[in-house]
Structure formats: structure tokens, C-alpha cells
Design a protein around this ligand. Structure first.
Ligand code: MG
Length: 384
């Protein structure tokens, strides 16, 4: 337990809502909630947030109801980020707003969907889900009278733009001049690492439940094996299903504790006295201890090789690739096939302008919407 947790106070290095750099369109101060709480509420009320429910994390949505979707992944990230922030005296609401928005820009069909979109958009500036998340909250969501987008605070937008993990392209950090000159807030750094803690753990759980790997397989990984050994020592006759759950919860707890301890040491030795000072630091201050970092990287490599490259995951990826490519080509060739509201979004008729709007439409689709739309476009028997 840290002093910040016990006293429920913000540390000097936290982002304070009163010191926010504000919104692009100035608004009156919210009543009964802070600026960052308002950001969080706007994210939860947007269309893109609800679509996360039917977007693939790793396992395609229709393969089973118990696997993580982008929505449940997002909720896990947010929960972990809030816990870490409470321990470090950071702004819980800001980390929550960033976490809830961090995957809004994800395509249907998981990472393979993003790889396809990036390839299709390579001539037109590429496609990257962090940038797309920002495009959603800044422009694509269109529901308020006074502004386009959600008009979020600088700090939340910065956290979305600077979200990065090993698998995500880091380029988004420098494409935005609005936050290009300095490092992300500690709350944004926490959201990044909460993402990593969440997916490492839930992908183990989902992969074992899907029969892709076994408990023995994952026990090759020291990070997991150490926690598992303790569980077996305490409950030698427990069923595997419960061993897995107990090990995962201990592993999440271990990673959070390691991260909090190591980050506190770094914050203290860097003598951080204000949030602005954090932005001038040459490197992130939130992080695991070197040993845990090494083991976490190793675990990610294992998951990459054994889970994300598993033949059934690859097979779904190939199907997704085919559907997205064919729809992209059809819409760019003939924008008249697009729903009218997307046709209206095209500022002009250059290939670049067409492609960007088609990318907005395709990436906004849920898995099931994309499958239905594909059939409507190409299956003569299907109603259009
Ligand atoms: Mg994520």
C-alpha cells in the first residue's frame, strides 16, 4: 500500500484537471464532475465504443461467447490502469478515459485486419489504429451541436495518440504536431502498460480455453511458472481450470505490484515535482523492473509464436484479409456503392480522398457487420 492509496490523494506528478490544456472548442466547466470524467463519459456514450463489443481481440467473436472481445479487453485495461493510478497517486479518471478510448480505432478481425488496412492504405498515408482512434474522437463521431468529434481535453487526446505497445506502430507518437514535442503523461504511460498486462494474461486464458496451448506449454515461461508453482504447492489437487484462474490472478497482481514499486523508485529518483516535468523526461518513468520486463518480452514472444500464429487464428486472418481487400477495391472503384453518409464525407474525388473515407467505413465495422456487408456486396442471392 502506498501513501497515495491510503490517503486517496493525487501525487505532485499527477495530471490535475484544473491544469488541463483544455479542449479544442472551449466549453463551460462541467458541473458535478471533472474535465477528465466528462471525457470518460463522452467516450462511453460514443458509437465506436459500443462497436468494440463485436470486434475481435484475438479469437473471432462468433467462435465462442466466453472469449475476450475488444470491449471486455478495454474494460480490463481500464480496471488495471485505475488500480495502478490509485497506487501511484495519479489521476484515475484521465487514465480511465485514455484506456476506454485506446482501441476505438481498431479494425474488425483483430491485428490481421489492421495489417490489411495498413497495406491497402500504404499509398495514402497508411492505417494505424491509434491514429484512427484519434480520428474517431476528433472527427468521425458526429453527435454534438457545438463541435464535430467528442471535443476531448488535450490530455486524453495526447494519451490516445501516444498509446503504444510492442505490437502497435510507434509512429503515431510523432504524426501529431499537437503533442509531438514531448513525452506522454504518466497516466498515458500507465494505460500503455495496463494494456500489456491485460492482453498477456487474457490471451493465456483464452488460448488455453480454446485448446491452442496447454497449461504445461505456458509453464515453460518463467513469469507464469513461478506463480503456478505456488498455486500447486498450496492446492496440489485443484483442477487445472482453477489452477489457471488462480495463477492468472496472481500474475496480474505480481505485474501490477512490480510496476508500481519500480515506477515509484524512478519517480522519486528523478525528483519529479510536477506533471509538466514528466513530459520533458527523455524516457518513460512508468515501467516494470528490468527482470520483469525481460520475462514479459519473452512471454510475449511465446504468445506470438504459439497463439497469434496458430493455424486457426491465421485462417481467420486470411479470410478477413480477403474480405477487406475486396470491399476496399469495390468501394474505392465505385464510391456510389457506399452508404450515403459516407459518400457525403468525401471532401473530393481523388483516389486519396476516396481511400480515406473507405478506410473509415471499413475500420469502423464490427466483425459481423463486415461479414454481412461482404455478402451483400458480392453474393448475388443476398439482399443488398
Ligand atoms: Mg489494447
Amino acid at each position: 500500500m502506498t501513501e497515495y492509496f491510503q490517503e486517496g490523494k493525487l501525487a505532485p506528478w499527477a495530471c490535475h484537471p484544473e491544469q488541463s490544456r483544455g479542449r479544442r472548442v472551449p466549453e463551460e466547466q462541467p458541473v458535478g464532475r471533472t474535465e477528465f470524467q466528462r471525457d470518460r463519459d463522452r467516450v462511453i456514450h460514443c458509437n465506436a465504443f459500443r462497436r468494440l463489443e463485436y470486434k475481435t481481440q484475438v479469437f473471432v467473436n462468433h467462435e465462442g461467447d466466453r472469449y475476450r472481445t475488444r470491449l471486455t479487453h478495454t474494460l480490463e485495461v481500464s480496471q488495471i490502469a485505475r488500480g495502478i493510478c490509485r497506487m501511484l497517486g495519479l489521476n484515475v479518471d484521465l487514465a480511465e478515459a485514455i484506456s476506454l478510448a485506446h482501441d476505438l480505432g481498431h479494425t474488425p478481425f483483430g491485428h490481421s485486419g489492421q495489417a490489411t488496412m495498413n497495406d491497402l492504405m500504404s499509398e495514402f498515408g497508411g492505417f494505424e489504429h491509434n491514429r484512427q482512434s484519434l480520428r474517431i474522437v476528433d472527427w468521425l463521431e458526429d453527435r454534438y451541436m457545438a463541435f464535430r468529434g467528442l471535443n476531448l481535453t488535450f490530455e486524453t487526446r495526447e494519451g490516445i495518440a501516444k498509446h503504444r505497445t510492442t505490437y502497435d506502430a510507434p509512429e503515431s507518437a510523432d504524426v501529431y504536431t499537437f503533442c509531438a514535442t514531448n513525452g506522454p503523461s504518466l497516466e498515458a504511460q500507465v494505460a500503455n502498460l495496463a494494456d500489456e498486462i491485460a492482453y498477456n494474461n487474457h490471451d493465456i486464458d483464452d488460448a488455453i480455453n480454446a485448446g491452442i496451448i496447454t497449461l504445461d506449454d505456458i509453464c515453460q515461461e518463467p513469469l507464469f511458472a513461478r506463480q503456478h508453482e505456488r498455486v500447486v504447492a498450496l492446492w496440489p489437487n485443484a483442477p487445472l481450470r482453477k489452477q489457471l484462474y488462480e495463477t492468472n490472478r496472481r500474475l496480474i497482481n505480481y505485474l501490477i505490484t512490480d510496476l508500481v514499486q519500480h515506477s515509484l523508485e524512478k519517480l522519486r529518483s528523478a525528483e519529479i515535482r510536477a506533471a509538466e516535468q514528466v513530459r520533458e523526461m527523455p524516457e518513460d518513468l512508468i515501467g516494470f523492473s528490468p527482470e520483469t520486463r525481460r520475462e514479459s518480452v519473452q512471454l510475449k514472444r511465446f504468445l506470438f509464436k504459439r497463439v497469434y500464429r496458430y493455424w486457426r487464428v491465421e485462417r481467420m486472418g486470411a479470410k478477413a484479409d480477403k474480405m477487406l481487400r475486396e470491399m476496399f477495391a469495390a468501394f474505392v472503384e465505385k464510391p456510389a456503392l457506399l452508404p450515403p453518409q459516407y459518400q457525403e464525407m468525401m471532401p473530393g474525388d481523388t483516389p486519396r480522398e476516396r481511400a480515406r473515407v473507405v478506410a473509415d467505413y471499413l475500420s469502423g465495422m464490427t466483425d459481423r457487420y463486415a461479414i454481412v456487408e461482404y455478402k451483400k456486396l458480392f453474393d448475388p442471392e443476398e439482399r443488398v
